[in-house]
Design a protein around this ligand. Structure first.
Ligand code: TXA
Ligand code: MG
Length: 318
């Protein structure tokens, strides 16, 4: 599939309108898109990912006007939308009564998670289909998110009707999710938009997630984004059974080692993270290793989201 073929978007839009599933590039990660108004299509997305049906999807829209058809946006939500849409920010806001979004897509919650992606192919697909798109990351539940079309095909295969190849994702981490409640903003998932940017626009620090037995953003389950092999964090060097994932000056000359960013650039590291975790996961067999050791990443800017994903990748599996 060529990268910017308008016929590919037209064909994908037709599939969406007929209830099909399309792998689409966004600036964050690839999504598995379906018409969010179509229960049967949404059910197929849950099945393709083997995702528990209590875990709702983000609804992808063109802009604030489209979001307002389905949800009630407070002044603060609109201010964040003005500042960051289209882009890697998802806003959780009250669902409008009678909103034409599948209840399955939002897992029966009284809120919706909405995002306007800025990737031209994702935007083109929303426009050409005329549909709000329910689109989780296009990977099997609990596994590493796809940042290239090949990852989608490797992960979901025949379960997806078509994948539009937009090349590697620019950001490489999922969107930041915030819940806007009156005049406060709560961070539900760190992601591709750093906390500091949102705090500057909101004029206040972000509140943390409320801990409750039912996760507020179930993607926040402890083990997630998990490769098959063991992951060990904050490592200065690999052990004999490990491949190494370096960052900046913490590197390894051992065979098979990769570096998220030799220059120590967090943007570059974010863009490489999932592809390198996949590559090292696959290479462990070849090198006779059983795990991956990862260098420390500073907890600043995009480092917050990178470390969040790494901690989940390293967490004991359910
Ligand atoms: O960058 C992204 O956000 C990508 C691209 C494809 O847009 N999508 C993505 O979707 O990461 P997914 O399904 O892998 O993660 C969406 C997260 C889940 O953790 C889900 O629980 C949460 O959003 N979520 C969805 N609706 C919600 C709601 N109403 N309230 C709280 N969390 C919600
Ligand atoms: Mg996901």
């Amino acid at each position: 599939m060529t990268k910017s073929d308008p016929r590919a978007i037209e064909k994908a839009a037709l599939l969406i309108r007929r209830g099909g599933l399309v792998g689409m590039p966004t600036e964050t990660v690839y999504g598995l898109a379906a018409d969010a108004r179509n229960d049967a299509a949404v059910a197929k997305v849950f099945d393709a990912k083997a995702r528990p049906r209590i875990n709702p999807f983000i609804i992808h829209v063109a802009d604030a006007a489209m979001a307002a058809r389905y949800s009630t946006l407070s002044d603060l939500a609109r201010a964040l939308i003005d500042a960051f849409w289209p882009g890697p920010l998802t806003i959780v806001a009250p669902r409008r009564e009678g909103a034409e979004i599948s209840l399955l897509a939002s897992a029966g919650l009284d809120t919706l998670a909405l995002r306007a992606p800025r990737h031209p192919i994702a935007r083109g697909l929303i426009e050409a289909s005329g549909a709000p798109l329910a689109a989780p990351s296009a990977n099997r539940a609990g596994r590493v998110s796809p940042t290239a079309a090949e990852h989608v095909i490797a992960s979901l295969g025949d379960a997806v009707d078509m994948v539009i190849d937009g090349g590697p994702c620019e950001i490489g981490l999922e969107s930041t999710i915030v819940a806007v409640d009156g005049e406060s903003v709560r961070l539900l998932r760190a992601g591709g938009l750093p906390r500091g940017d949102i705090e500057a626009a909101a004029g206040a620090p972000l509140l943390g997630p409320i801990s409750s037995p039912t996760p507020q953003a179930p993607g926040m389950m402890t083990s997630h984004y998990a490769p098959r092999v063991d992951v060990r964090l904050n490592a200065q060097a690999p052990r004999p059974n490990e491949l190494f994932l370096g960052f900046g000056g913490v590197r390894s000359g051992a065979a098979g080692a990769l570096n998220l960013s030799a220059a120590g650039d967090l943007r570059e590291a974010a863009a490489n993270l999932f592809a390198y975790l996949r590559a090292l996961d696959a290479a462990c067999g070849e090198f006779g290793k059983t795990g991956v050791a990862v260098a420390p990443i500073p907890e600043e800017g995009l480092g917050e989201a990178i470390n969040d994903r790494l901690r989940r990748a390293a967490a004991p599996r359910a």
